[in-house]
Write a protein that binds this ligand. Sequence first.
Ligand code: F6P
Length: 342
Amino acid sequence: MRVGVLTGGGDCPGLNAVIRAVVRKGVKIHGLDFVGYRDGWRGPLEGETMELGVPEVRGILPRGGTILGSSRTNPFTIDGGVEQIKDNLKRDDVDALVAIGGEDTLGVATKLADLGVNVVGVPKTIDNDLSGTDFTFGFDTAVNIAMEAIDRLHTTAESHHRVLVVEVMGRHAGWIALHSGIAGGANIVLIPERPFDIEKVCELVESRFKSRFSPILVVAEGAVPREGGEMTLSSGETDAFGHVRLGGIGDRIAYEIESRTGQEARAVVLGHVQRGGTPTAFDRWLATRFGLQAIDAVAEGDFGTMMALRGTQIIRVPLIEGTGELKLVTPAEYAEAEVFFG
Ligand code: F6P
């Protein structure tokens, strides 16, 4: 059997660990052949492939990014896209696909599986917002990078008696903000799931200054104010899945805090630093185990499934369980961080 592998959406640490595990076990245990598709769904759509065998996956375990490249191409927005993919898979003699991606990439995989394409999904995203799995790989690395930044910002904020606002990724879900905020001892965490009141934020800032410490706010890029969202900035650009490009909420909050409280406030945007570089041990472990299980699913013909972490077990769930609905921070989980606000 010949298997195609692709990585789509925003890159994230651990993608190469999945590819390596899929190929190494696929060749050694199941006797499979592989082909790499370049840049997510663009690869099978345009028939752009690369060699993918054991030599190609040597040495890639600790490397960030993806050797296959990535894109946010959506074949369902392209006329005849699905037929083109089916034709190219036939031309390349590919019997099955392993699609490694988040909400959008696996959303496409879900629809293609319904249309008869043999596909198995592996959940990735630094945002950790896919349902059906306790964690996605990439998240732990992003949280550790954000935590280290918060640790460093505490000392400089205290030296200058200023407010520091750290903007982290998280379009719809505040998992990175919540986990890094708890781990880094943030005084306020603002997430998309809980619209914030800027007056309340300013009160918490003032209360923190009553100690000898300075406030550190962690803000998810998708956070919105309670009154209507007028503080959210976006460039107006959208991608093939209709997502607007976010950015700017951290600066805007710093500006509001400074003008309302008179306390000096600065913003730091962590941006793509959270997605780059080498994965943590946890992400390498999780990504590797997802890859091992995914290629078993292919060998057994268990298509239309997604790998999922439940406790310490890797199980298979229907793709739709991962992509049907986003996994968001619950009020109870947010309340745990709130204990430390102010
Ligand atoms: O989906 C992962 C993610 O990193 C989000 O947190 C973020 O909103 C988005 O990708 C940014 O995408 P891009 O790198 O394409 O601007």
